[in-house]
Design a binder for this molecule. Sequence first.
Ligand SMILES: CC(C)(COP(=O)(O)OP(=O)(O)OC[C@H]1O[C@@H](n2cnc3c(N)ncnc32)[C@H](O)[C@@H]1OP(=O)(O)O)[C@@H](O)C(=O)NCCC(=O)NCCS
Length: 155
Amino acid sequence: MNSTTLIRHGPGALGLRILGLGPGFKPCNGLKQLRLLLDTYAFWAKGRSNKQIRQLLAGSTVVISLWTGKRMVGFGRATSDGIYRAVLWDIVVADDLQGLGLGRQVVEALLSSAPLKNAEKVYLMTTKSADFYLQLGFCDCINQDLLIKELRNHQ
Ligand SMILES: CC(C)(COP(=O)(O)OP(=O)(O)OC[C@H]1O[C@@H](n2cnc3c(N)ncnc32)[C@H](O)[C@@H]1OP(=O)(O)O)[C@@H](O)C(=O)NCCC(=O)NCCS
């Protein structure tokens, strides 16, 4: 595998969001690449438009992207109040590079960022990848229920 570059974006990921910047602050069509990464490998995040992805970036406290050259191969983001609660969202690695430690890099970069490191608890919701998070220090939640209120359909 070619070496990867991990980018720790600032809150709202301005360069990625507005200019599509990748490694070395070079224009990489990053927003479109992120849309395709989510569309292809993240079953819960299919069909999101560029505008919707810009908004999710703008609303994220911590954003991590992983690149080989100018190709975005991994992504993850988190929201946090910086003291009590943080949540991981949209962790994804391109199919052909899964199983090589990249997902771990993304999650560890999120967890080691100040807004998450200083939070009391980090939550995440997963449908199929609980085992991946268990070996990263997350625990099954047995004393709380996950409740959801669906507010609107974005399609
Ligand atoms: C889940 C995902 C992000 C993991 O990324 P990855 O790069 O394949 O994982 P890594 O190579 O970093 O794996 C790290 C460790 O987790 C283990 N692991 C990875 N996926 C696993 C899974 N689904 N179940 C159990 N263990 C898993 C690996 O064996 C590895 O263990 P090791 O360090 O002992 O060798 C990736 O498979 C993915 O993008 N899947 C599709 C999208 C998705 O489901 N994302 C999760 C949303 S909550």
